[in-house]
Design a protein around this ligand. Structure first.
Ligand code: NDP
Length: 321
């Protein structure tokens, strides 16, 4: 990457515009760090594809996900954040800051600090009815949307810890939970498996794969097949949850940033610091456990405070004897 005299110099570059990124921006703007947010492929992040958010404190009547993210953006902008459309397509974290960052494969900026808040994307089954009924009874977040299915029958696909945790959560709210598991065993930890096995209103369907989610304008049922016997079964449900994992959006940072085997960024416990000086991570890009808007926002605050402290320490006058 080359730089020229026209290359923009940014004190605090925030990559991603979900609750983590905008909260980092709010704090960074108030600390006079003149943050620039590149909003990414899906400005506003995962909450822009949810319906009502009822578990974010401060909204006693709930709020629609897209509207909430609009509010986050307005608050960040009012305090002085420069929010821009654009995807970071390349970074160079070799050497010392400022780091060269390429946006949309052509624009080059230099950043003194970088806050990574690129989030994660839910994995989907990839069948047409899942797409058609997304937000109309199909969801990838039981904690966000389970409440809407109080007393109803639902299905959940997956056999990992998330699926087990979400099935247990749904079982407390819903009448019946069908768990659709593609193999004849779970991937989840034994403790989580036992929990679902011992919950009377969870029915586990092993060796089962989803053919179609039924319904035109809302979920009305599901058709599955047994991959050992070929037998097809249809049953009525009102909600269909997909819990087959998430993919953190961290590919672009891979050459430099320490991550776990699935691509979640490793941060130093109790902080947002990564292995690279001046680069901080927050939100779902580094959190595979909690993944809530409020926890993402909290970690965004941490990242901005860490970035501010980093810059203050760097610019503090050094005392010589
Ligand atoms: P995992 O990758 O662990 O599990 C994904 C599950 O989805 C697997 O059972 C997999 O099946 C199934 N699956 C994948 N693709 C399909 C498909 N196309 N059709 C049907 N089923 C499919 O993801 P999780 O989100 O569950 O967990 C991610 C990480 O987070 C794990 O390390 C987990 O331990 C951790 N976690 C920990 C929690 C805790 O400690 N409280 C809570 C939640 C997550 P198969 O097994 O056949 O591959």
């Amino acid at each position: 990457m080359s730089t020229d005299n026209n290359t923009e110099h940014i004190e605090c570059l925030i990559i991603g515009s979900g609750p983590a990124g905008y909260t980092a921006a709010i704090y960074a703007a108030r600390a006079d760090m003149k943050p620039v947010v590149y909003a990414g492929m899906q400005p506003g992040g995962q909450l822009t594809i949810t319906t009502e958010v009822e578990n974010y404190p401060g909204y006693p009547d709930g709020i629609m996900g897209p509207e909430m993210m609009e509010n986050f953006r307005k608050q960040a902008e009012r305090l002085g954040t420069d929010v821009r459309y654009g995807m970071v397509t390349k970074v160079d974290f070799s050497g010392k800051p400022p780091y060269k960052i390429i946006v949309d494969e052509k624009k080059e900026v230099l950043a003194e600090t970088v806050i990574i808040s690129t989030g994660a994307s839910a994995k989907w089954l990839g069948i047409p009815s899942e797409d058609k009924l997304n937000g109309k009874g199909v969801s990838a977040c039981a904690v966000c949307d389970g409440f809407f299915f109080r007393g109803k029958d639902v299905a959940i696909v997956g056999a990992g810890d998330t699926a087990c945790e979400e099935a247990s959560y749904l079982a407390k709210i819903c009448n019946k939970v069908y768990m659709i598991v593609r193999r004849d065993e779970f991937r989840a930890s034994k403790a989580m498996q036992h929990r679902v096995e011992n919950t009377p209103n969870i029915q586990i369907l092993f060796n089962s794969e989803t053919d179609e989610i039924l319904g035109e304008t809302k979920v009305e049922g599901v058709r599955i097949h047994n991959n050992k016997t070929g037998e097809k079964t249809e049953f009525p449900i009102q909600g269909f949850f997909v819990a087959i994992g998430h993919q953190p959006n961290t590919e672009v940072f891979k050459p430099y940033i320490d991550m776990d085997e699935t691509g979640y960024i490793k941060t130093i416990p109790g902080s947002s610091k990564t292995n690279i000086e001046g680069v901080f991570a927050c939100g779902d890009a580094q959190d595979k456990i909690y993944r809530q808007a409020v926890t993402a926002a909290g970690s965004g605050c941490m990242a901005a405070l860490d970035a501010e402290r980093y810059l203050s320490a760097k610019h503090a006058p050094t005392l010589t004897a």
